[in-house]
Design a protein around this ligand. Structure first.
Ligand code: ADP
Length: 398
């Protein structure tokens, strides 16, 4: 099963996208619909709302009088908090029920207006945001939905801004243009990313780069890594004692293969071998790769690790699971911080990578060819650490 979060500011076209995804075969879980269902007449949540806010929040027919309730809670944080304390648990449990009822091969799309505001990005394999400028959204709400301009402006202002949505978006569906362009983009998203991603998660297939070509530095790598780390955190909780973006994509300005490397620090590799950890990672879209994995330390030493790969066909990512505080864990952070700090070393490393990428054939060849450089870099990175007093982040005692 693939869990996709779908959001967008009011009037962006989120419902239009959601309807198209449903027609393509997605199971759409509409948060607004569930929010209405849980307070239908006869529900425990509606009874609790009446207990808290009085019988005036009911219509003559016994339905929830939304405008009346709205007047009591909007602009009154304590009252809103009480209302949410009643409705949210009911909505979450209903959401879980609906998701659990979906088939194992379903693409479940959670249509959730406040996904970003509620900090839910880690719960999904992928977050899709429908975006359009405020002026466009205002025009649509007034012209097509019959809202007054004042009402539309107030609703837009009550939501988060586009910067926050962009940071949360794995996929940004621009809906500034016409509906044909949007339809084509949704169809592409479905066939090129959601369907193959679901298949990969179900069968435990990781995605990989066909060729080890280098990309120019991409400023979207760090925020992308943050989203992936949030997913790992959500999947494995405190078993991950540290979570970091490492490797070349974590060094701004450095050319890199378009692969996001992440490091999960665990107390002991036994934690990473626990079937519960392996399954949680796989269910979150990070399948464990079979075999013995290690990094080469100095003088022939090896540092063992566990290795997971992302199943997302649109984002190759590697997760290196190492013991927090171990030499391999420390080296990954030192190397990153050293290259971040030293522009000359960054340039030298970029030149070496570019030269190698020009002649190496496979990812393995490329990795092997980098080794001699790494041995010398090790000395210089440690010298830098001594000079600057660099320390890795503290690992909290157990
Ligand atoms: P949301 O669910 O994000 O509030 P909707 O999907 O309901 O937004 O879209 C708002 C209005 O704009 C609807 O009437 C919809 O038909 C219309 N709409 C959506 N996308 C476009 C578009 N690309 N061009 C013109 N109108 C659009």
């Amino acid at each position: 099963m693939l869990r996709v979060g779908l959001t967008g500011g009011i009037g962006s076209g989120k419902s239009t996208v959601s309807a198209q995804l449903a027609s393509l075969g997605a199971v759409v879980v509409d948060a607004d619909v569930l929010a209405r269902e849980v307070v239908e007449p006869g529900t425990p949540a509606l009874a609790a709302v009446v207990d808290r806010f009085g019988p005036d929040v009911l219509t003559e027919a016994g339905d929830l009088d939304r405008p009346a309730l709205g007047r009591l809670v909007f602009g009154h944080p304590a009252a809103l908090h009480d209302l949410e304390a009643i409705t949210h648990p009911a909505i979450w449990s209903r959401t879980r029920e609906v998701v659990a009822a979906a088939r194992a091969d379903a693409v479940v799309v959670h249509d959730m207006p406040l996904l970003v505001e509620k900090g839910m990005t880690g719960e999904y394999h992928l977050v899709v945001v429908v975006g359009a400028s405020e002026e466009t959204r205002l025009r649509r709400l007034v012209d097509l939905r019959g809202m007054t301009e004042e009402d539309a402006r107030a609703r837009i202002a009550a939501q988060c801004d586009d910067d926050a949505r962009r940071a949360a978006a794995d996929v940004w569906l621009d809906n500034e243009g016409g509906t044909d362009a949007l339809r084509a983009a949704v169809l592409r998203l479905w066939s090129e990313r959601l369907e193959p991603f679901e298949l990969n998660v179900r069968h435990g297939i990781r995605s990989r780069l066909a060729h080890p070509t280098l990309s120019v530095p991409d400023p979207s790598w760090p925020p992308e890594a943050d989203r992936l780390l949030a997913r790992v955190r959500h999947a494995v909780g405190d078993t991950a004692v540290t979570l970091h973006h490492i490797g070349s994509t974590a060094v701004p300005g450095l050319v890199a293969k378009d692969v996001v490397d992440l490091q999960v620090g665990v107390r002991s590799l036994a934690d990473a071998d626990d079937p519960a950890f392996v399954e949680a990672m796989a269910a979150a879209g990070f399948v464990r790769l079979a075999g013995e994995w290690h990094d080469n330390g100095k003088d022939g030493t090896t540092w063992p690790k566990r290795y997971h790969g992302s199943c997302d066909p649109g984002r190759v990512a590697h997760v290196h699971v190492r013991e927090a505080g171990s030499p391999g864990w420390r080296w990954a952070l030192l190397f990153r911080d050293w290259l971040r700090a030293d522009g000359d070393e960054r340039t030298a490393y970029a030149a070496m990578k570019t030269e190698l990428a020009g002649r190496a054939a496979t990812t393995q060849d490329y990795a092997r060819a980098k080794e001699p450089w790494f041995e010398e870099a090790d000395e210089r990175a440690h010298a830098w650490a001594r000079r600057t007093g660099w320390q890795p982040p503290e690992v909290a005692p157990q």
